[in-house]
Design a protein around this ligand. Structure first.
Ligand code: ATP
Ligand code: MG
Length: 302
């Protein structure tokens, strides 16, 4: 396996230590290309790191590997430190503990993530009490609070509902509440709004932004749509074939993209006025010719 190169990595000059720090992450299935070839990034409290890139670029696998949920046939190497603790090579029991109350994930497909035959209150209670020791009364308080935090009105009706009785947007809010009810510090949100219409998409993104600020969450927000990420992310990572090829503050990456792949992604953002440029499938880019870019001015040796 090749050694990770010095790709740009995602750390601003923060005073505080990152909550999650990933260095030289590789996920290998034994094929000709590594699914995740070399990813380094930091997640900071109260910040959203947007991760963009086309299908198959390794976005989901990066999040899953950080959670210890990469497929069992994957060889995961590199470093994943949660609050300073190294997780690569840690016991499964320790990883499960971190997953329960430290790091959590929400997925695009709420339909499959929520149990169709169990009422919402019971689902939230099971998620909470599997990870946090608390009385039934405390559990109820936390559940109601979490549902209020994701701005669900009529909480008592939602608690009694089955998933099919709620709209897609409401189900996604329930999923966010479920992810938060255990008090996690890190949230991976993998295409959380792709299945929703544009208005609801915006509402859900606003909720993610608000809870990030209020709860000082460290969030990785994955989307193939860099335009959506631009609106809510503090910083951006652009992934291409398992690598970070451009990173920096969202505004800088969007205003002054340097890498040809980032330029193509930004060019494909639909615009209200003017024409919508289709994303042009690019020929494989040579990493030697187009070096990764870090807008924070780090020396980058690709
Ligand atoms: N179980 C697996 N076995 C072999 N290869 C896999 C497996 N899971 C993922 N991969 C490979 O890893 C690569 C990255 O997958 P990943 O799911 O992280 O992509 P992604 O960026 O999330 O894409 P999408 O936007 O479609 O969700 C893909 O090219 C895929 O072929
Ligand atoms: Mg994915």
């Amino acid at each position: 396996m090749s050694q990770p190169s010095a790709v740009p990595h995602e750390s601003e000059h923060h005073d505080a230590e990152p909550i999650l720090s990933v260095r030289g992450l590789q996920v290998d299935f034994g094929g000709p290309h590594q699914a995740v070839a070399d990813v380094s990034l930091d997640l900071h409290a109260g910040q959203i790191l947007g991760v963009a890139g086309q299908s198959g670029s390794g976005k989901s696998l990066t999040a899953l590997a950080a959670l210890g949920l990469a497929p069992t046939n994957a060889d995961v190497s590199g470093s994943i430190r949660f609050k300073g603790r190294e997780l690569v090579g840690a016991k499964e029991s320790e990883r499960a503990k971190v997953r329960g109350s430290g790091m959590t994930m929400i997925f695009q497909e709420t339909v499959t993530a929520l149990n169709p035959v169990v009422q919402i209150e019971r689902q939230l209670e099971l998620a909470l009490r599997a990870n946090v020791a608390c009385s039934k009364a405390e559990a109820k308080d936390r559940i109601v609070q979490a549902l209020q935090d994701v701005q669900l009105r009529d909480v008592s009706r939602v608690l009694e509902s089955y998933p099919h009785e709620l709209s897609g947007g409401m189900c996604q809010r329930v999923m966010i509440a479920m992810a938060l009810v255990c008090g996690a510090d890190v949230l991976f949100a993998d295409e959380p709004t792709t299945a929703l219409d544009v208005t609801v998409q915006r509402e859900v993104m606003d909720i993610i932004r608000r809870i990030t600020d209020e709860r000082k969450l460290a969030v990785m927000l994955i989307s193939h749509d860099i335009g959506v990420l631009d609106e809510v992310s503090d910083r951006l990572v652009v992934m291409y074939r398992g690598r970070v090829i451009e990173t920096g503050p969202s505004s800088a990456v969007i205003a002054r993209p340097q890498h040809p792949y980032t330029k193509a992604l930004i060019n494909s953002i639909p615009r209200i006025h003017g024409s919508h440029n289709e994303f042009i499938e690019m020929p494989p880019l040579d990493f030697e010719e187009f070096a990764p870019v870090d807008h924070q001015g780090r020396e980058v040796v690709a």
